[in-house]
Design a protein around this ligand. Structure first.
Ligand SMILES: NC(=O)C1=CN([C@@H]2O[C@H](COP(=O)(O)OP(=O)(O)OC[C@H]3O[C@@H](n4cnc5c(N)ncnc54)[C@H](OP(=O)(O)O)[C@@H]3O)[C@@H](O)[C@H]2O)C=CC1
Ligand SMILES: CC(C)(CO)C(=O)C(=O)O
Length: 316
């Protein structure tokens, strides 16, 4: 399968490396010029769950790549999704499939502006990745082979066949991937996980392991989850609050290889002083709560605090 990864950050590079290592025809697309040049000059360094590797993979600026691909895997940040799709719209032909693995809610609407819904596949992943050193290009690390779940958005036999082929391709590369039957539920579940982990670790400047050790944190997590569940139910999605709380707490366990991971929002704001995805997570719940007259005080507070920290750190 010929694959272009649109957004070669920590996650795009980790997936690109695994897919390329397994023999797929993969290219990376990114706007960070030093990163693109370094990957082409000396390869992409990847610490793959403790093993140091180098992958020789071609990287391009989005406007410089024009070959036809079967699949585009989108891995930008939520805030850059629209502008990146604008830059790769020449690659999105009638039959090019697009798999979106970003965290957050509301991405299908953005993707639908650039391709038919029949071409859209949505997914979630719990791989834990980062750039190994701040501002060092072509060097990423990931600390767990987290599970990926995907599904087509419009149901048809052909969409399902291709979806299963994508899942098989990712799975065969060494990243466990399941073709699921309710991706909307998976997206809400993942957004809820991020609404707890990413935002709280950012506010507290903590990794997930240490977050789990904080007195009464499970009560705060459970309260955030209840509000996610209330808004999800208005979109026909049922989140089991107890199961969801156990799922979130499992990311803080000593036994989880990725527990020392600083979530991607922490990397954005605390490590790199970049704007965060909070408006696609807690901010989404807070906004919908106001529109629907459903109280969401925990998510309101978290959204204000994360935006406050963005302001204080002059995030861009
Ligand atoms: N990291 C993780 O563990 C996980 C992340 N996710 C999700 O995956 C998506 C992608 O996240 P992730 O890969 O972590 O994002 P990164 O911050 O690693 O990369 C995203 C983009 O930011 C730009 N960028 C990053 N670092 C620099 C730098 N030093 N200088 C210039 N530009 C830079 C690049 O875009 P540009 O083209 O602008 O140069 C890059 O494509 C997000 O939605 C995230 O929430 C999901 C699960 C886990
Ligand atoms: C769940 C978690 C924390 C790791 O997969 C994540 O999605 C992130 O870092 O954004």
């Amino acid at each position: 399968m010929k694959i272009a990864i649109a957004g070669a950050g920590a996650m795009g590079c980790s997936y690109g490396h695994m897919l390329k290592q397994a023999g797929n025809d993969v290219v990376l697309l990114d706007n960070w010029e030093d990163h693109v040049n370094k990957i082409n000059e000396s390869g992409l360094k990847v610490n793959e769950v403790g093993q140091e590797k180098v992958t020789y993979i071609k990287a391009y600026k989005p406007s410089d790549y024009h070959e036809k691909v079967d699949l585009v895997i989108v891995f930008t940040k939520s805030l850059q999704l629209n502008s990146f799709l604008q830059q790769i719209k020449h690659l999105l032909t009638e039959d090019t499939k697009v798999l979106c693995l970003l965290n957050g809610l509301g991405h299908i609407e953005t993707l639908s502006q650039y391709t038919h819904k029949e071409n859209i596949y949505m997914g979630v992943t719990v791989v834990t990745a980062r750039f190994t050193n701040v501002n060092e290009p072509a060097n990423v690390s990931f600390s767990s082979y987290g599970k990926t779940e995907i599904e087509n958005v419009v149901s048809s036999k052909e969409a399902e066949r291709f979806g299963k082929l994508i899942a098989q391709t990712i799975n065969d590369s060494g990243l466990p991937c399941e073709f699921v039957d309710n991706i909307y539920w998976s997206i809400w579940r993942k957004a809820c996980l991020n609404g707890c982990m990413n935002s709280l670790c950012t506010i507290l400047d903590s990794n997930m392991l240490d977050l789990g050790k904080i007195n009464n944190i499970e009560y705060i997590i459970n309260s955030v989850i209840k509000e996610f569940a209330a808004i999800a139910s208005t979109e026909g999605i049922s989140l089991d609050i107890d199961e969801m709380t156990k799922f979130v707490m499992s990311f803080t366990a000593e036994t989880f290889s990725g527990a020392k991971h600083f979530p991607s929002m922490h990397q954005d704001l605390i490590r790199n002083h970049r704007l965060t995805e909070v408006d696609y997570l807690n901010g989404y719940v807070s906004r919908r709560g106001k529109e629907l007259n459903i109280p969401t005080p925990f998510n309101d507070l978290i959204t204000v605090l994360v935006h406050g920290k963005e302001y204080l750190l002059q995030a861009k």
